[in-house]
Design a protein around this ligand. Structure first.
Ligand code: ATP
Ligand code: MG
Length: 422
């Protein structure tokens, strides 16, 4: 026998039993975006490596060690996209979309070579939204309200909280960074290996450490809110006023910094305690300098990305999809097969929401009933010689203690409606 080939580690197959969750969430998101007037943008999964280096930052985990990068046959350096914002900004500049305000959303696979574990994969799906050309905290607030609505409508809001911070401007972070480096250098002997490395590359990320041993050191470090410039302060208080006025709850987290360099001012994470260490299900903030970084004219921007796998794990606890057939059509012999196909098409015309599985591939009564039962259908419609001769259809209730019935074809929609749609 030939050797089996397996999927790449950390890249999941989404099997038919899981698909209904994906379809449900994708449909809910598309509807939500329509209600908030965001338009979909679909982008390539492959981009020039330099796009991510310049936007996400050279010394971030993503660019340093997580990207899938290769040299193409013509020597171009390409990378599988590790996130969606860089591509969205690239495309918006390239197609001249930023001359007016824009609200976009995207959904698709992202790639990062991380250590696979529950909630962390090498191919994972992100949904994201971005708004361009709007500087004020009103749009930040609206994006937060939009997601708060989403959690609520999915029914998972009880497990989710919003953590909020402001990163200030680049100058804010530079001043803060100097003091932070001074502080951590004084306590160098207590830094773990990761943090030691970050001390010279990206010291703010030390605050993001998930190592419990680092906790007290971090708690005593200088905090960013003490360094905020006036403009960032007023943006942040404007945002908080808006959230307070509509009653959206949040927790201020002065240690919240993001893993990507392009953020400034507002940053936030939606977190849950239900998913262990992979507790962030959605994260975002403002990135007013990004468009300029990519050669466009200065354009304020704010957006976020949500990890679909993590949200689906929360959803599994409360949502049970039902995509079983309503009806299974059993047919005995060629004539009945012909009549069965005709009947099935007619029922599909009459009842657009009907899920009908037609027995294909023949089989005796016993085999067909077995398939009907396994399909999860509520009713079996039976067509055999006797039914054909009498011009009727037998109806067997597969999930109820109830005698088999015979009905004319015209009666069927009412019978089906009673047992499958009420
Ligand atoms: P984390 O701290 O969990 O690594 P991050 O800061 O790298 O997240 P972002 O780049 O902001 O995350 O991505 C937004 C969201 O995408 C995350 O909050 C998470 O839900 C999801 N996500 C990020 N990386 C992965 C991954 N490797 N597997 C599954 N989901 C992911
Ligand atoms: Mg990460």
């Amino acid at each position: 026998m030939a050797a089996l080939i397996q999927a790449i580690r950390g890249m999941n197959d989404i099997l038919p039993s899981q698909s209904p969750y994906w379809q449900y969430i994708e449909k809910s998101l598309a509807e939500l975006m329509l209600r908030y007037t965001y338009q979909e943008i679909r982008l390539p999964v492959l981009e020039q490596t330099v796009l991510f280096k310049r936007t996400i930052g050279e010394v971030t985990d993503i660019v340093e060690k997580e990207m899938y990068t290769f040299v193409d046959r013509n020597e171009d350096q390409l990378s599988l996209r590790p996130e969606g914002t860089a591509g969205a900004v690239r495309a918006s500049i390239e197609h001249g979309l930023l001359n007016s305000q824009q609200r976009f959303w995207y959904l698709g696979p992202m790639f990062r070579r991380e250590r696979p574990q529950k909630g962390r994969y090498r191919q994972f799906f992100q949904f994201g939204a971005e708004a361009f050309g709007i500087p004020g905290p009103d749009i930040d607030a609206e994006q937060l309200l939009m997601m708060a609505r989403f959690w609520k409508e999915l029914g998972i809001d009880g497990h989710i909280q919003l953590e909020l911070n402001s990163l200030g401007t680049l100058e804010t972070r530079q001043r803060y960074r100097e003091d932070l480096v001074r502080y951590f250098t004084q306590h160098k002997e207590h830094l773990d290996e990761d943090s030691l490395r970050r001390l010279t590359t990206n010291p703010l990320r030390i605050l993001d450490s998930k190592n419990p041993a680092m906790k007290s050191l971090i708690t005593n470090a200088p905090i960013l809110p003490d360094y905020l410039d006036d403009e960032s302060k007023s943006h942040f208080s404007g945002l908080r006023d808006l959230l307070d006025s509509v009653g959206l709850k949040y927790v201020l987290n002065p240690y919240l910094v993001r893993g990507l360099d392009y953020y400034g001012k507002t940053v936030y994470e939606w977190t849950t305690e239900q998913l262990g260490a992979q507790g962030t299900i959605c994260a975002g903030g403002r990135y007013d300098s990004l468009v300029e970084t990519l050669g466009g004219k200065a354009t304020p921007a704010v957006g976020f990305a949500m990890g679909l796998e993590r949200v689906i794990t929360l959803l599994e606890a409360i949502y049970s999809p039902d995509d079983n057939p309503h009806i299974y059509v059993i047919v005995m012999g060629d004539k009945a097969t012909q009549a069965g196909i005709l009947l099935s098409e007619k029922l599909r015309d009459q009842m657009p929401d009907l899920r009908l599985m037609m027995n294909c591939g023949g089989g005796n009564f016993k085999a067909q009933f077995k398939r009907a039962d396994k399909s999860g259908a509520k009713l079996a419609l039976i067509l055999a010689e006797d039914e054909l001769a009498r011009g009727v259809v037998s109806v067997k209730y597969l999930r109820e203690e109830r005698e088999q019935e015979t009905h004319s074809q015209t009666e069927l929609p009412a019978v089906i409606k009673r047992s499958c749609f009420e």
